[in-house]
Design a protein around this ligand. Structure first.
Ligand SMILES: C[S@@+](CC[C@H](N)C(=O)[O-])C[C@H]1O[C@@H](n2cnc3c(N)ncnc32)[C@H](O)[C@@H]1O
Length: 274
């Protein structure tokens, strides 16, 4: 038997997770934009399940398996999973009279706050729950075991910053900035190429894991083809955010230099007074 475990390599670097817990600055309390997308996509997902899901892929005596890739800590993932289970339930009720049991797998990076996720699971959830840590750019499930793979506002996360954008000798060098707004076309191309690689590895992995006839449901922010990046509102937000991060990094660097100076003088002081 060939076992393909998930691997972490240079192209699947672990990212910094969303803010855990349920405090003022937590993701749980600062994700209304992502919630908006879950709500807005609901009718399209309901329609896809009603029209394209073939319930023959899972007889009602078996377990229907759904995975949410890039779930973070909730509550959006719970709402998305609840909506999907409800739509499948209606489909089975109408077409076969009985419904299978559901197993939902919550996936995110290993450093995600899974404790908060499990503590806040809705008590009346209509499914069994499990956590699956690891990068969704790798295989995370055995072959042909999932009936639905879902991901909402997560796939635009790149597995790594394209090397060229931080290489001062590259034509795609982005001068320390974190985004491609108003940057040279080489910068835009470097980010696009990284996204193409990442989405390909995501789809390859899911192609192995999802049963034939299952569904892959992806919601992610995108730009219209004809809109220049500089004219998009989200792009200018990233630009502002990027310049704040750069200022913060400069401040930390300045404080660190000060700290080194103090250490040096202290050492000098100790030597002089020895
Ligand atoms: C903006 S949050 C979206 C969370 C949730 N789906 C929602 O709608 O609120 C993006 C999540 O994707 C996760 N993520 C990013 N890259 C990932 C990867 N390669 N593998 C697993 N999770 C990843 C992040 O850790 C983060 O929790």
């Amino acid at each position: 038997m060939e076992v393909v475990p998930s691997k972490t390599n240079s192209s699947t670097t672990e990212a910094i997770p969303m803010n855990g817990g349920d405090g003022r600055n937590s993701y749980a309390n600062n994700s209304s934009l992502q919630r908006f997308l879950v709500d807005r996509s609901r009718s399209m997902i309901d329609e896809a399940i009603a029209n394209y899901l073939d319930i023959q892929i899972c007889p009602s005596s078996e377990t229907f398996r759904i995975a949410d890739f890039g779930c973070s800590v909730g509550p959006n993932t719970f709402i998305a999973m609840h909506n999907i289970v409800e739509a499948i339930h209606l489909k089975y009720r109408d077409e076969s009279g009985s419904t299978p049991e559901f197993h939902v797998y919550f996936n995110d990076h290993t450093s995600n706050d899974f404790n908060t996720l499990f503590v806040s699971l809705p008590p009346e959830k209509p499914y069994f729950a499990a956590g699956v840590p690891g990068s969704f750019h790798t295989r995370l499930f055995p072959k042909a075991t999932l009936h639905i793979a879902h991901s909402s506002t997560s796939l635009h996360w790149l597995s790594q910053v394209p090397k060229e954008v931080s290489d001062i000798n590259s034509p795609a060098y982005n001068r320390g900035r974190i985004h491609y707004t108003d940057a040279k076309h080489q910068v835009f191309e470097a980010y696009s190429a990284q996204f193409a690689k990442d989405i390909e590895s995501f789809l390859h992995a899911r192609a192995e894991e999802v049963v034939c006839g299952g569904l892959v449901i992806i919601t992610l922010p995108a730009n219209p083809d004809d809109a220049p990046p500089s004219e998009l509102r989200t792009e200018s937000l990233f630009d502002i955010l990027g310049s704040c991060l750069m200022d913060m990094a400069k401040t930390v660097r300045a404080q660190f230099t000060h700290f080194l100076l103090v250490c040096f003088r202290w050492e000098e002081f100790v030597l002089l007074n020895a």
